[in-house]
Design a protein around this ligand. Structure first.
Ligand SMILES: Cc1ncc(COP(=O)(O)O)c(C=O)c1O
Length: 446
């Protein structure tokens, strides 16, 4: 492995004539904030990518780094996997978009419904946000109710209702047992009234809130390992309890697996032994192309059936576009049970090494995450819910300083937390390199 831990790989980026700097100046003239996706923002300007191969990205200055973000978890096979590239090129030459379905979309639908026992039917769209929006609409159409409940701090994309309280601050977040519904700018006040905000891992408080709204709640939306809540794992029994409680009131349970489908061949809810009514997918099922999917039981999914009593319209010019679908198909075929097991074992390996690093350096920290993902919190406080991350989440400047240091040493991590994910081209060497670089970065930052 090429070792960049010696650490000068940001010198060209910092140079007055850096290409990234020039590109950002041009971008800032024609795009507000100089970008088109907030999660790629980096101060003082982003590093522009030129190419990617396996687990590495080369930037426009020619520097190569190991990519632990993988387009925010979506590239489980890494960059430019030869089988995916070949499938895409073959498909592109045959035409990329038709006002007709293609055979490949049936194959991907069969593959996913064949793997995930709680998914009988599926429909494709173009992003995780769209998938979540469709699941919420399906729940409303199915139940005839209008409210939804979601967990404080959890991120589910950019649909008005699911953005409620995705990152509230202490001055507005209200009571711990009855969190306020905080809307995003640009969202009508009325949206707040239709969203019940639940505290993660607190069944007693959740029970009261669900009970109070039971006749109006169409669905409870849950991510089984929510990144927005610092990947604090659900307490034992919490998800099965939530499943029972929602079923008792005829409320649908929507599992958002847009990010977490990468946890398990059989779906992220499989290890918890629960059966959600609706599930959303995205990211890895598109093999590096824009994708989303809403899925669930035949009964719930019937709201989309134009041959029956259609209740939810589902259009989309590029839904199930064949380029995305063949990339997703090839990716999912590569992700056999053995491939999941290997990648998740590497995930366990890196989480263990990170714990050792923090222990050996006497630094208060806790390592969360599961499967092929890790998220380390620099706190020894009890991690229960979104509020227990106070002061250590997202906006804490230490994370962007750390991100810069890691870039210098040749590793791409999130600027909003010690968060990263693995891809199949990685081996222990990359993980050891990451942990060594992190140790050095933390000690330099003090
Ligand atoms: C859990 C979850 N749901 C939904 C989304 C939205 O997906 P997309 O960015 O494809 O719209 C994301 C994106 O990160 C996510 O992590």
């Amino acid at each position: 492995m090429k070792s960049t831990v010696a650490g000068t790989s940001l010198a060209k980026y910092r140079d007055a004539g850096a290409l990234s700097r020039q590109l950002y100046e041009r971008a800032s003239r024609v795009m507000p904030g100089g970008n088109t996706r907030h999660s790629v923002a980096l101060a003082p300007y982003p590093i522009y990518a030129r190419s990617g191969s396996g687990c590495r990205i080369t930037d426009v200055e020619g520097e190569e780094r190991v990519d632990f973000l993988n387009n925010y978890t979506s590239l489980i096979l890494g960059h430019a996997h030869p089988r995916v590239t070949e499938a895409v090129l073959r498909r592109v030459a045959l035409g990329t978009a038709f006002t007709m379905p293609t055979p490949e979309e049936v194959e991907l639908a069969e593959l996913i419904t064949g793997r995930v026992a709680y998914v009988e039917q599926i429909r494709f769209c173009n992003s995780g946000s769209e998938a979540v929006m469709l699941a919420v609409k399906a729940a409303r159409g199915f139940t005839g109710r209008h409210k939804i409940a979601k967990f404080e701090g959890s991120y589910h994309g950019i649909y008005d209702y699911v953005q409620v309280s995705e990152g509230p601050t202490p001055d507005v977040w209200g009571e711990a047992d009855a969190p306020a519904s905080i809307i995003e700018p640009g969202t009508p006040e009325s949206v707040a009234r239709d969203v019940v905000v639940l505290p993660w891992n607190r069944p007693e408080a959740c029970r009261k809130l669900i009970e109070r709204n039971k006749n109006e709640l169409a669905a409870v939306l849950v991510d089984p390992m929510p990144l927005g809540i610092g990947m604090i794992a659900p307490r034992p029994g919490f998800l099965p309890w939530l499943r029972e409680e929602t079923a008792r009131h005829g409320i649908l349970l929507i599992a958002d697996e847009v990010l977490n489908f990468r946890l398990d061949y059989h779906g992220a809810c499989h290890p918890h032994g629960i059966t959600p009514d609706l599930t959303t997918f995205g990211k890895i099922i598109g093999g590096g192309f824009p994708v989303g999917a809403v899925a669930g039981s035949r009964r719930c999914m019937s709201v989309f059936d134009h041959t029956g009593a259609l209740k939810v319209h589902h259009g989309g010019t590029f839904n199930a576009n064949p380029v995305t679908i063949v990339a997703g198909l090839e990716t999912m075929r590569q992700m056999t049970t053995e491939a999941f097991d290997r990648l998740n074992a590497l995930g366990e390996y890196v989480r263990d090494r990170l714990r050792r690093l923090f222990r050996d350096t006497g630094r208060p920290a806790q390592v969360c995450g599961a499967g092929s993902m890790f998220l380390a919190h620099l706190t020894s406080g009890d991690l229960v819910d979104f509020r227990s991350l106070r002061g250590f989440s997202r906006t804490n400047p230490i994370y962007s300083d750390l991100c810069h240091k890691m870039l210098e040493y040749g590793f791409i991590l999130s600027p909003r937390g010690i968060f990263g994910c693995l891809s199949t081209p990685m081996n222990e060497a990359e993980l050891d390199g990451l942990v060594a670089a992190l140790g050095r970065a933390l000690s330099e930052l003090g």
